[in-house]
Design a protein around this ligand. Structure first.
Ligand SMILES: [Zn+2]
Length: 255
C-alpha cells in the first residue's frame, strides 16, 4: 500500500489514517543557489530526506503519511536572483494555515514540517502554534538536514547556503544537476569576529539578503564538496529524522 497521502482516494484517507497518523510535509524552495547548484536544491533535499525517513519509519512501525512537497516557499532573501520563485511571508503564512485546516479534516492529528530551507524556519515555528490553537493539531517542524557536516573547514561556521553540505548532498542525490567547476568560496569572514551578531545560534539576528555577501549568492565554501560527503550527510540526516519522528509519534504535552 502507498505511504503517499495524495495517492489515496478521499474516502481511503478517512479509513486508512487514524489519530496516531503523522502527516509529513516536506517544505523546500525554488531559489538561487549560486552558479553550481539547481534552483531545486532545497526542495530536492527536503523531499528526499522526508521520503527516506518515512520509508524507514514505516518499517519500524510508525504510522507515517508523506504529503506532496511544498516547493514554493519564503525565499525573499534571494528575490534579486533570476529563477527564484518565492512566496511572501503573508502568502506562505496563509498557505500553512490552509494546509493545517485541510489536514484537520483527516483523522491525522500530528503534522511535521521537514524543512529544507532556512528562510522558512521562523514562520514554521509561528505556524506550529497557530495550527495547534486553531485546529487542535500536534505540530512540529524540523530541518531536513540533521546531519553534521564534517567538511567545509574554511566556512567558519557560515556554510549556510550552497556551501559544502548542500552541494555535497545534491552531488549525492542528483550529480547531473551540479557543476562543481562553477563553485567558488564566498564566506563573510568579517562576521566571525563578532560575538553577538550572526546567523544561527547567535543572540542578535539581522535582516539580510544573499547578495549582501557578494554577487554569487553563495554563503559558504562548496569547492571541496563531494558525493561521498553528501552520502554520509544524507544518511545521517535520515537516521536522525527517523529518531525525531519516533519521538513525535509518542509526544505528549502533559506527563
Ligand atoms: Zn539551500
Amino acid at each position: 500500500m502507498t505511504y503517499k497521502l495524495a495517492e489515496l482516494s478521499g474516502p481511503a484517507v478517512a479509513h486508512s489514517l487514524t489519530d496516531s497518523s503523522i502527516a509529513v510535509i516536506p517544505t523546500g524552495a525554488i531559489e538561487h543557489h549560486g552558479p553550481h547548484l539547481p534552483l531545486l536544491t532545497d526542495a530536492l533535499i527536503a523531499s528526499e530526506v522526508a521520503e527516506a525517513a518515512v520509508q524507514q519509519g514505516l518499517s519500524q512501525g510508525l504510522d507515517l503519511w508523506l504529503l506532496p512537497t511544498l516547493t514554493y516557499t519564503k525565499s525573499d532573501e534571494h528575490a534579486w536572483a533570476p529563477g527564484t520563485m518565492w512566496l511572501s511571508a503573508e502568502t506562505l503564512w496563509a498557505t500553512l494555515v490552509d494546509l493545517g485546516r485541510s489536514i484537520a479534516t483527516t483523522p491525522a492529528r500530528r503534522v511535521v514540517f521537514v524543512n529544507g530551507h532556512g528562510g522558512n524556519t521562523a514562520l514554521l515555528g509561528v505556524a506550529n502554534r497557530e495550527l495547534r490553537r486553531r485546529f487542535g493539531l500536534d505540530t512540529f517542524s524540523m530541518p531536513a538536514s540533521l546531519g553534521q557536516a564534517e567538511g567545509g573547514p574554511d566556512e567558519l561556521g557560515f556554510g549556510i547556503h550552497a556551501g559544502h553540505a548542500e552541494t555535497s548532498v545534491v552531488m549525492h542525490l542528483r550529480p547531473d544537476l551540479v557543476n562543481l567547476s562553477l563553485a567558488a568560496r564566498n564566506v563573510p569572514e568579517h562576521l566571525a569576529e563578532l560575538e553577538y551578531i550572526g546567523f544561527n545560534g547567535y543572540p542578535v539576528s539581522f535582516g539580510w539578503t544573499s547578495d549582501d555577501f557578494g554577487p554569487s549568492g553563495v554563503i559558504g565554501d562548496p569547492t571541496g564538496a563531494s558525493a561521498e560527503a553528501g552520502a554520509t550527510l544524507f544518511a545521517e540526516s535520515v537516521r536522525r529524522a527517523v529518531g525525531a519522528l519516533t519521538e513525535i509519534s509518542t509526544f505528549r504535552h502533559k506527563a
